[in-house]
Ligand binder design. Structure first.
Ligand SMILES: *Cc1c(COP(=O)(O)O)cnc(C)c1O
Length: 390
């Protein structure tokens, strides 16, 4: 196949249909650009899809994390545990509130936060030393939140599930029940992003899901400046029709109506997209099963496949070779504790050997529902060609 005639293949790409375009145009022609009826509609439909009681639409996944940390009252000096193999925002939300981030190492078989390492960390400090846990459903593989919940209950922690990679993902708990990512059964809060590479793409956008009414109400207030117009909540309810109160220090983290309309339209294809991602993964799994120098991570049936990751003996070589073939594979992620910002806070390369070894070999191959069979075949052939060159 000639590279010059091949369209560049990214690792992830949004899929926008005519129905999506029409949904946005309808909203543009309506009375509402920002806080109109599409917001509540998207929240309700998303909550139903995820299986959670409440959903709060916000401006992006990072804002979702920040609001969660605020709603849980993260204070300066409080300590929160997360994974080093995630997007930096999973950790940064703790820093926004002045808290301390503690990274625990990953399980090399899955690249998920290793809950045994978390337990060791918890047990090596007095109870009350840590306040929260932010596990990440990395690449779309659901964290075992049943085990995480047991740890959290034992050590008095809250849990924010970073489910950005896993809408529609699930795992089977020890009672044989399906636990869907973000359903709020086990985590206090869960967050999602609608960045273009994610399952549901609205440009910018995010969602928080929860089953806790207290947190839900606090999130609504914090999302919009800490302001309420609800007469039942006002301290001076008789001041007049114009009256509102700012009761807490909040933000403008709202998601506009236009983008919620796009989200609703995209949500209709969520299951279809998930099936397609799983079919792509199954084909890669078979193709790479016996390729020397290419290793795969452990998966399960509920994997939502935001990313398809291989571990390559020569990752740098494979990355560069694929680029010459117009295949833009990517690395997820550079361990967060090796970022200069976190190194200034005392973290050192060498602190988390499994995460660092994973990073040395990981590569995310193209994985998105609109990837064609021909494109995927071309990716597979290119990887095999690289390996066979020796
Ligand atoms: C995308 C992502 C975020 C941040 O979402 P934005 O909408 O880009 O702010 C947070 N955590 C993870 C794991 C992500 O993949």
């Amino acid at each position: 196949m000639s590279t010059s005639t091949t369209r560049p293949i990214p690792y992830g790409r949004q899929h926008i249909t005519e129905a999506d375009e029409q949904a946005v145009i309808r909203t543009l022609r309506s009375d509402f650009l920002t806080q109109g009826p599409q917001v509540a509609e998207f929240e309700q439909q998303f909550a139903r899809y995820i299986g959670a009681e409440y959903a709060v639409a916000v401006s992006n996944g990072t804002a979702a994390l920040h609001l969660c940390a605020l709603a849980l009252n993260v204070q300066p000096g409080q300590r929160v545990i997360t994974s080093p193999i995630t997007f930096a925002a999973s950790a940064n939300c703790v820093r926004y509130c002045g808290g301390e981030v503690h990274f625990a190492d990953i399980d090399p078989a899955t690249a998920l936060l290793d809950l045994k390492a978390v337990r060791r960390l918890l047990e090596s400090h007095p109870k009350g030393f840590f306040h929260g846990l932010i596990p990440v459903d990395f690449a779309g593989l659901p964290v075992n939140l049943e085990e995480a919940r047991q740890l959290a209950d034992e050590f008095g922690l809250w849990i924010i599930e970073d489910a950005c990679h896993a809408p529609g993902g699930s795992f089977t708990d020890s009672h044989g029940n399906e636990q869907r990512c973000g359903s709020g059964q086990l985590a206090d809060l869960a967050i999602f992003s609608f960045h273009p590479v994610k399952h549901i793409a609205t440009g910018e956008g995010g969602m928080i899901t929860t089953n806790r009414r207290d947190l839900y109400e606090r999130l609504l207030l914090l999302r919009t400046h800490g302001i309420t117009k609800d007469t039942a909540q006002l301290t001076r309810p008789d001041e007049g029709g114009w009256y509102y109160e700012m009761q807490d220090l909040g933000y403008n983290y709202r998601m506009p109506d236009m983008l919620c309309a796009l989200g609703i339209s995209q949500l209709k294809r969520a299951e279809e997209g998930l099936d397609r991602r799983r079919a792509i993964a199954a084909l890669y799994d078979t193709a790479f099963a016996n390729v020397p120098g290419i290793e795969l991570l452990r998966a399960n049936e509920g994997h939502a496949y935001h990313l398809y990751i291989v571990q390559a003996a020569d990752r740098r070589g494979l990355y560069d070779f694929l680029r010459t073939r117009q295949i833009f594979a990517q690395v997820h992620y550079i361990p967060v504790h090796t970022m200069p910002y976190y190194q200034q806070l005392g973290w050192k390369t060498g602190d988390l050997p499994h995460a660092e070894n994973y990073y040395a070999h990981c590569l995310s191959l193209p994985m998105f529902p609109a990837l064609t069979d021909e494109e995927q075949q071309y990716v597979i052939e290119s990887v095999v060609e690289f390996v066979n060159r020796g």
